[in-house]
Design a protein. Structure first.
Length: 292
């Protein structure tokens, strides 16, 4: 019996480690032959609705095994991260030499909160932990749904996480006047594919909880291709000459919520993180009720 159990464990380990080093394979268009999406009233492909990614990329965009979460002694399995396929083509990030060390520093300090009323509050901690906006492309693979609205001039994406949103300008290119978490998005249609050029990010963007990061020179080109009424193939090409040695690409599938009551719920994380920021500074009164 013990020998049988040992052999089973070895087989499972071989299978797992063989899988964990690979990247998720995206369904080919052959599975959705000749799909012609329905059109909006302004004669463009209709991709409106509530969508969600079901990857584990928010934990790590590269392939990864099961991991205990921070403070595992208290949170147990609640805070654990699932094993997952990577969404990065080639399952490798082409970091410059200095950036490898910076990513490791990010990972070591991902749960460290710098309580300050100045820019040093961005020096440590995953932006998600601190309830900052997720940025692009991360907002599209966080474990929260988002909703797409379309007009002839603009496409609006509203994210459940933090109530963040972004406007994709379709008629005329808008320059990125100010650096921001979500950047500035300009889009156009190439056949049935929505192509979005995103620039103008701040220097605090992380791609995941692992500490993979970019600088304010981040440039993202997204491709949103409907494969069926219920699936969108999402692709993003990432460039950042300050951090990476070459462009790289990620891709995954988005799924449409088709429940009759499909809608976004409020996820206002600000009241949740206020004690982390303000209690050490003496600005937080626990007697005052939080009204999200």
């Amino acid at each position: 019996m013990n020998n049988l159990l040992t052999k089973l464990v070895i087989v499972v380990a071989v299978i797992f480690y063989g899988i964990s080093g690979s990247t998720q394979e995206i369904a080919s268009n052959d599975l959705f032959p000749d799909y012609a999406p329905t059109l909006t009233l302004h004669n463009t492909p209709n991709i409106s609705g509530v969508w969600q990614s079901f990857t584990t990329a928010n934990w790590n965009i590269l392939s990864h095994p099961v991991q205990a979460g921070p403070f595992a002694e208290q949170s147990g399995a609640w805070g654990a991260g699932r094993a997952g396929f990577g969404i990065v083509e080639g399952n490798e990030l082409p970091y410059q030499e200095w950036a490898v060390s910076e990513q490791q520093r990010n990972h070591e300090n991902r749960t460290v909160v710098t309580a300050a009323n100045d820019p040093t509050r961005f020096d440590t901690g995953d932006p998600e932990l601190l309830c900052f906006r997720a940025g692009v492309p991360r907002a599209n693979y966080m474990p929260y749904p988002f909703q797409i609205f379309q007009t002839p001039e603009q496409i609006l994406i509203v994210y459940e996480y933090k109530g963040a949103y972004r406007t994709i300008y379709m008629n005329e290119e808008r320059p990125a006047l100010d650096a921001s978490w979500m950047g500035t998005s300009n889009g156009h249609w190439e056949g049935n594919t929505l192509v979005v050029d995103v620039k103008g990010f701040n220097e605090h963007t992380w791609f995941d909880r692992e500490g993979n990061f970019a600088s304010d020179e981040l440039h993202v080109v997204e491709r949103w291709t409907p494969l069926s009424p219920y699936h969108i193939k999402y692709e993003a090409t990432i460039e950042d000459p300050n951090v990476f040695t070459r462009p790289w690409k990620m891709s995954f599938i988005l799924y449409k919520h088709v429940e009759e009551n499909a809608e976004l719920k409020e996820f206002n994380c600000v009241p949740i993180v206020e004690p982390m920021f303000y209690k050490p500074l003496g600005f937080y009164d626990e007697e005052i009720p939080n009204n999200p």
